[in-house]
Ligand binder design. Structure first.
Ligand code: HAM
Length: 422
């Protein structure tokens, strides 16, 4: 038997229904925020991620799915969405559009060659947004509000928002010096990766998965103490807007994020649910005011986030959050082969009028058909026998109350319009 690749999963049944429900909710939410849907390729030239996400990030240095295509080009399955959306923004010259800011959202699979465990997959789905063209702290707060509001809409309670600022270029230069000075006496105690991080990007030492618990990391200087006046002011305003929006948060100076492109605001939403497991970061994001330039576009501020769909599903499951799932409106039962054509015609007509309808394809007897209607959670059942075909009056049963109605074929749509709630 051929099995799925390690770190991937199949979707079917109830889980699939839940996913579709949440996808619809996301789409509606993004409409309400007036963000536009964007889609970029699942594979991109490898150097997009090397230059975009950063050579020193674990995601690029250790976790990408790289391959050569048949034309000998280096390609990479996208490990995240931001780099591709930025590439698309630049390539399609969206910076020239009159309507600023450009606010986009996306949803799709991402690929990282990580060690699979609960909440950590090699193929996983992200819902995210990227906003270009404004450095207004209101936008940072709005971006943070999106996942928080999605979690709220879904009824998820155990969440915690952590924010931090990584400052601007001025901040970074000063902070880099401070980190180099701090880690100098400890270099030999650090892992091999951190030794090279010390040279290339000492900030990355702070989120090392090997050395993370060492005192020299815990006692390292905090970037928040090195913020320039401008970055400080920006960060204060983000917090004021979050207060205004009624979003609870904590300033957590340890949030440095695992990607290289961030400037100023960064944030993560973590699951605050008992026994949730180690992979508790539900979503993360922040501002990246230099990324468009890094990828050869004009100077353009950007901010965004992405949330892991599987971790969201795990959190809903852990909290046993009830998700209202659509059930079947109508199940049609032809009493015999003779009524099948008429029954299918009615079934199709109702489907085209917006109802979800299923029919017996298995020539079951009436008892087995009612069982099937129950399995499908049908709200109504239509029974079509010889008599019904002759008279054009159908027998309809409310599958819950068991009440019966006789309705003319022409009045069916009106009947269901009145009786089936959205
Ligand atoms: P990230 O923190 O690497 O950020 O990923 C965002 C979210 O994706 C994580 O918080 C987590 O929920 C989920 N995630 C990441 N890796 C896995 C995995 N292996 N399995 C399951 N879920 C995973 C980014 O990707 C940035 N592009 C976010 C961003 C957008 N920043 C600005 N704009």
């Amino acid at each position: 038997m051929i099995q799925k690749p390690k770190g991937t999963y199949d979707v079917y049944g109830e889980y699939g229904k839940k996913i579709k429900y949440i996808e619809k909710l996301i789409e509606a939410l993004m409409n309400n925020y007036n963000y536009e849907y964007t889609r970029t390729p699942i594979f991109e030239p490898s150097n997009l991620f090397h230059r975009g996400v950063g050579e020193t990030s674990d995601i690029v240095s250790k976790e990408t799915y790289d391959f050569k295509d048949r034309g000998d080009r280096d390609m990479t399955l996208r490990p995240e969405g931001t780099a591709g959306v930025v590439r698309s923004y630049i390539e399609n010259k969206r910076y020239g559009e009159a309507s600023v800011p450009v606010k986009s959202w996306y949803y799709g699979p991402m690929f990282r060659y990580e060690r699979p465990q609960s909440g950590r997959f090699r193929e996983f789905y992200q819902f995210g947004v990227e906003v270009f063209g404004t450095n207004d702290p209101l936008m940072d707060a709005e971006v943070i509000s999106i996942p928080v509001n999605l979690y709220r809409l879904l009824g998820l309670k155990g969440i915690k928002v952590n924010i931090n600022s990584l400052g601007d270029t001025e901040t970074r230069i000063k902070y880099r010096e401070a980190l180099l000075k701090h880690f100098e006496p400890y270099i030999n105690d650090l892992c091999e990766d951190c030794k090279s991080r010390y040279e290339k990007n000492p900030l990355r030492i702070l989120d090392c998965k090997v050395d993370g618990d060492k005192d020299c990391i815990k006692n390292a200087p905090r970037i928040i103490d090195y913020l320039s006046e401008e970055s400080k002011e920006h960060f204060t305003k983000v917090q004021e807007y979050l207060d205004l929006m009624g979003i609870e948060y904590e300033v957590n100076p340890n949030i440095v994020r695992g990607l290289d492109y961030y400037t100023n605001t960064v944030f993560e939403v973590v699951a605050d649910i008992k026994e949730f497991g180690a992979q508790n970061v539900l979503c993360g994001g922040g501002r990246y005011n230099k990324l468009v330039e890094t990828l050869d576009g004009p100077e353009t501020p950007g901010v965004g986030f992405a949330l892991g769909f599987e971790r969201l599903m795990n959190a809903l499951e852990a909290e046993q959050t009830h998700i209202h799932l659509d059930t079947l409106d109508i199940y049609v039962i032809p009493m015999s082969e003779n009524e099948k054509k008429v029954a299918y015609h009615i079934c199709n007509d109702l489907r085209m009028n917006g109802f979800s309808v299923d029919i017996d394809y298995m020539n079951r007897n009436i008892k087995a058909n009612f069982k099937q209607a129950d399995r499908l959670n049908a709200k109504y059942v239509i029974i079509i026998g010889e008599e019904e075909v002759k008279s054009n009056i159908l027998t309809i049963k409310n599958n819950k109350t068991k009440e019966e109605y006789k309705i003319e074929v022409d009045k069916l749509v009106d009947f269901f319009d009145e009786n089936i709630e959205e």
